[in-house]
Design a protein around this ligand. Structure first.
Ligand SMILES: [Mg+2]
Length: 211
């Protein structure tokens, strides 16, 4: 069971980072830049998403290229709007920094377990001054993170927190891993190890240490 030297890995989107809020801010900025209306842009966004097999395949380059073509706009300007630093304001869930600080003080090693394009995922952390919390040896950002080789090499009793049930189910195959499901929308059904926010990590860690 986890001790004070255990490794804890965090997913980024919808675990640390309020992705729906961020997307709202981006679409608002893009609406201004492209001089269109938000409904029309929302339609562009949905049709781009519909072309993907999974939302983690979201490519900032492809999406901005598509918008630039559609609106006959300079792609550089579209990318400036997409990556504008104001889009990242207040996009961490409110308890995140406090919880990471406390876990670090308690002696846990913290890391990242994320899927997507590495530069974009890192930007979500750096724009929020979060990167330094995570051990450089344990910042896993992969195009497909359900990778048995990666998981097999993780230390005994690694805790992994993720909002995606398919990832939790995949992780449950590995006896040396403790997957914890975080559900940011409270109306969804919850199970034994379901967190509603990261604060609920502390009682679970205490319980696991004593079991
Ligand atoms: Mg996620």
């Amino acid at each position: 069971m986890p001790n004070s030297k255990s490794l804890i890995l965090f997913d980024i989107d919808r675990t640390l980072f309020n992705t729906p809020l961020f997307v709202d801010k981006q679409l608002q900025k893009l609406t201004q830049t492209l001089d269109t209306d938000s409904q029309k842009l929302q339609k562009n966004f949905q049709s781009y998403l519909a072309s993907l097999t999974d939302t983690t395949h979201f490519s900032p380059d492809n999406f901005t290229t598509y918008l630039a073509k559609y609106y006959q706009h300079d792609v550089k300007k579209v990318r400036e709007a997409f990556y504008h630093s104001s889009n990242f304001d207040s996009t961490l869930y409110p308890e995140v920094k406090e919880v990471l600080q406390k876990l670090q003080q308690d002696g846990y090693t913290l890391g990242i377990f994320s899927q997507g394009f590495i530069d974009f995922q890192l930007k979500k952390l750096t724009e929020n001054n979060l990167l330094d919390f995570f051990d450089p040896q344990h910042r896993y950002i992969l195009r497909e993170k359900a990778d048995p080789k990666l998981i097999e090499n993780l230390p005994e009793n690694t805790v992994i927190i993720d909002d995606k049930i398919t990832i939790i189910t995949f992780l449950e195959r590995f006896p040396h891993i403790i997957p914890l499901h975080i559900v940011r929308e409270p109306e969804k059904p919850i199970g034994e190890y379901t967190l509603l926010n990261l604060q609920s990590l502390f009682p679970i860690l205490a319980q696991l240490r004593h079991s």
